[in-house]
Design a protein around this ligand. Sequence first.
Ligand code: UDP
Length: 484
Amino acid sequence: MKPTHVTLLAIPGIGHLTPILELAKHIVAFGSIDVSLLVLNTDASPAQSQLLTSTILPKGLEIVDIPSVDIACFVDEQTDVVTRISVIVRESLPHIESSIIKTARPTILVLDFFGTAALDIMVDNLCIQKYIFFPSTAACLAFVMYLPTLDQQVDGEFIHLSEPIQVPGCTPIHIDDLVNPVQARYVDEYKWFLYHASRFPMAHGILINTCQDLEPISLSALTENPILQQIPMPPVYPVGPLIHMDKPMVQSKNECMTWLDNQPNDSVLFVSFGSSGTLSAEQVTELAWGLELSQQRFIWVVRKPSSTETTSGTFFTVGGGEQSNPCDYLPDGFMSRTKDVGFVVPSWAPQVDILAHKSTGGFLSHCGWNSTLESVLYGVPIIAWPLYAEQKMNATLLVEELGVAVKPKVEKGEKVVRREEIARAVRLVMKGKEVQNAMRERVEEMKRSCLIALDEGGSSYNSLSQVIEKWKTSCIGLENVNDD
Ligand code: UDP
């Protein structure tokens, strides 16, 4: 029998591409298995294109561009990200299928969360087994697995419930923390989200970018909790944290790294809202004043303010694409008054290099799961400033369960975090000895546990090794049939 081939499907967005690319590299590193990463050809951001071209790819990993598909008749400018990605995947199915046919080998197909339409792919005389790669937390996965049940049980909007949502065996989810796509139930975004959630049980297994010590409660709910087990549940393999660790990502030193070299150890706060987060104009002003009032050193990745108060990821266009002049929207004189302590980077910065740098002592982050894992793996405490997707759940995990973050408060009746509160949170993390020491200790502890989990013999290493061993033999005896 021909050896098994692993085909992973990356969906658009650097927050999805980065971890699945890392997973692909880890699979290759286990040896004797060929891997293809299918990349959907969308209007990718420069950062995304750069990631694929600058990363040193191991022998045995092939990047396959899937031709772009015309989705103009299914979406318009207002269409949300979940719907857009789901439609792209659905329309790309023939291309995905033909790429599998080309390998002419038994295939393990690994799909990102929003790629579940590809669970239907069948090819005559070819054994294809399908897995899902979930690039976020176990807490979010448990919620997703439980969503079809909640959908049956709850009438009306989830956001109108008076009690937190109790996924069996998990920490209750505050209603305010619910992921964006479930905040309104009668729209396409929710329907697609539910569609993907209902299809998870069709997978042979789910790989997840977390590890035992980061999320013991949610992981045991997924694997042991009796009520959750009433839901058809494929085996769950925690294989994380998978982050981009090739060093350095930026070969020639850029200005911001040179500036960082000249700052004292642990003295700089890194401020960034992920690949596509933006703030309102009022919030940008308050943040600028807050940083200035805190009198702490900072690097701030600034973006042009959004026109609305609500922030949501755009995935496709930002991520280093849209350049603007920060002087147009930062308070008058901010740049000159802070020039000795601050460094403003428009749009995009080498985040992993900054977090890994000895001068970086704190991270004001939107709590995207990749940013969170990067911060933990480089031992940097967090100021949690969640914006969209599952980031509010992540922030609560960091503050309430892991103790590695503080969260600035929005006063009642306010739409923005005020400058005094920002300055307070910044000083607390960067200077407040007690809090700072406690958080640093916790984050160092987490970092150690994560590194142990990834190391040979660690829980995530063993989990990945177990699933790869299964893959190597999974189609034996089924080589001439499709077993789905
Ligand atoms: N990132 C970066 N430079 C930036 C902003 C983001 O390198 O200026 C990277 C960051 O290191 C992370 C990814 O983009 O790996 C963002 O993923 P995350 O899950 O944190 O958030 P998302 O962008 O998906 O909301």
